[in-house]
Design a protein around this ligand. Sequence first.
Ligand code: PMP
Length: 412
Amino acid sequence: MTLSKQLFEMAKALLPGGVNSPVRAFDPYPFFVKGGRGSRIFDVDGKEYVDFCLAYGALILGHAHPSVVNRIKEQLDQGIHFGAPSEFEVKLSEKIVKHIPCAEMVRFTNSGMEATSSAVRLARAYTGREKILMFDGCYHGAHDQFLFDKNGAKSPGVPKELAKTTLVCEFNDIESVERAADGNELAAIIVEPAMGNMGCIPPEKEFLRGLREICDKSGALLIFDEVITGFRLSLGGAQAYYKVVPDLATFGKIIGGGFPIGAFAGKREMMQKVAPAGKVYHAGTFCGHTIAMIAGLSTIEEIEKNGVIEKATAIAARICNFLKKESEFTVNRVGPMFQIFFTRNEVKSAEDARKSDRSRFMKFQGAMLSNGVFVPPSQFECWFTSSAHDRFDLERVESAIMASLSGVGDER
Ligand code: PMP
């Protein structure tokens, strides 16, 4: 029995489902990680994989990047976290304000979920309204008010009352949003500007612009959830990439360089309402954590200097072209994130994504793993590339794709 299997058996008795976040559990058992370097991740059984999960998009420089690791090591000897302000949170917020079009002020949180729920609280306080509108298939963290899809609450335990204040529309369907905004006083529309939690689904050309107009007309705030897209699609996030500026935006993943983090940012007049400048409450023991700030800061400095996003995008484009050449399935890509959907139809919405063959995807994912490539274990996640992926990884992934597609019976 492999050590991973043994650990998973033990974990199942101790941790619900054997993991600490549901997507990590997959059949027959997940590999247990020992470490990672650059584009590669190693398991406790001595196997090595090319990593396209990268902590679900948190690591755009790959694993253990020396500039990040060295800066952290320097700090560790001097203490880890203090609950008092440090220069690093000033410097990291300066970077966010410099690059992100909507950001005039920033508040750091511990997770993406905390960032989205705080941004919504701020939007409610600012507008004096209660309803929010989100999109079927978008994910904004495991907070009660976001655990909805078009069929209602996605989890037992979510209060029924919340269905009255969280409205759900179809992504890329601007008319449904117009109708909802006409009939309701919305505090905010929250959206993943490019969807990364239903596989990869790009916005249609006029969709984000349409949301901006509806918000301007109705007085709702537009919130871009850039937890995935921030510092991945461009230094200015999706809002610079698509040239649509929201009122507030939320961040996570890359801005913590691999450490737990989140942030919400936006126009000064709105952010000034956050405590202690204003009355909208938000607080946290670990907010602005010293090590997370340093890791995020060194990551963003690398992105600024070394063509990180361009490199990661070029690799993603090569792999997508290969997937399209070798299969007839739908491949959606936005910059350095993409997904292959096991369907031959276009995927423009959550409903389209749900029609793809998920069991075939899982067979493909399992075969890729056997061939030394770690792809996130769900049809509804994305592959993420980094600046650490190189032509050796490309060769390995291309031969793994050939072997794995034949195993799942592509009928070409
Ligand atoms: N928003 C988006 C778009 C996300 O992808 C995620 C997590 N994958 C979150 C919010 C929640 O972030 P966290 O897991 O850090 O709470």
